[in-house]
Design a protein around this ligand. Structure first.
Ligand code: PCA
Length: 229
């Protein structure tokens, strides 16, 4: 009998390089993560353009291709970070300090009329502590924050889950002239092992038993009553 092909429940994305760099740590990690066996539960998608106009529509289009998808985790690079940052909130504000890869430098709300702040829907605060990751509360006001805000907004409407992870530079990026030599560089294998644990945790949190979503009420037993004479 042909086995039903598994459909993924979690989409993970990463960005292309930006601001004169030729690498992006999130894309390096996406490629490594995609080589691992996730039992068909995770789909990896990238590179996402560093574009205020195109990034979220491209991710949303990808999400719509998978009928069983429950959540999305977007990853981006944060030069200067010394740990993996599990972002816990996004602000409804765009304030680009540098142009995006389309040359745009917009300012204004991410989504008109939406709340000022949206909280990540993965319960990162319930993940065990590690020297390699931490919960953080400022995803900036550039493309990553805008994508995070849009992803959470989508997830709330669709009753799904969304989160954002910023990654430090990786050791394998040393020599990229578009990045600061003096910035902290994390060992690639440390980042990969940490992200593997973080994604496993995200998958656990999507299980109905974890309790993020109310369980469907048990079916009422239908009592047909005595037969009609
Ligand atoms: N980092 C940028 C955008 C793309 C990326 O990887 C940011 O933090 O907004």
């Amino acid at each position: 009998m042909a086995e039903k092909k598994k459909s993924p429940v979690l989409l993970i994305t990463a960005f292309e390089p930006f601001d004169g760099a030729s690498t992006n740590s999130s894309l390096i990690m996406l490629e490594e993560l995609a080589k691992q066996d996730w039992d068909g539960k995770v789909v990896f998608f990238g590179p996402i353009p560093v574009s205020f106009a195109d990034a979220w529509p491209i991710i949303e289009h990808a999400l719509n291709r998978y009928p069983d998808i429950q959540g999305v985790i977007c990853m981006g690079q944060a030069e200067g970070a010394t740990r993996i940052s599990l972002e816990r909130m996004a602000v409804n504000r765009i304030h680009a300090g540098i142009p995006d890869n389309d040359g745009a430098k917009p300012r204004g709300p991410v989504i008109d009329g939406a709340p000022q702040v949206l909280k990540a829907l993965f319960p990162w605060h319930e993940l065990e502590e590690s020297p390699h990751w931490e919960c953080t509360y400022n995803a900036g006001a550039y493309v990553c924050n805008a994508v995070m805000f849009s992803a959470i907004h989508w997830a709330r409407e669709e009753e799904k889950f969304a989160g954002f992870i910023h990654l430090p530079l990786m050791e394998s990026q040393k020599g990229d002239k578009g990045l600061g030599e003096k910035s902290f560089h994390m060992k690639d294998d440390v980042a990969l092992k940490s992200l593997t644990r973080i994604i496993d945790f995200a998958l656990e949190s999507l299980e109905p038993d974890y309790g993020l979503k109310p369980k469907p009420a048990p079916q009422q037993k239908f009592n047909p009553g005595p037969p009609i004479p």
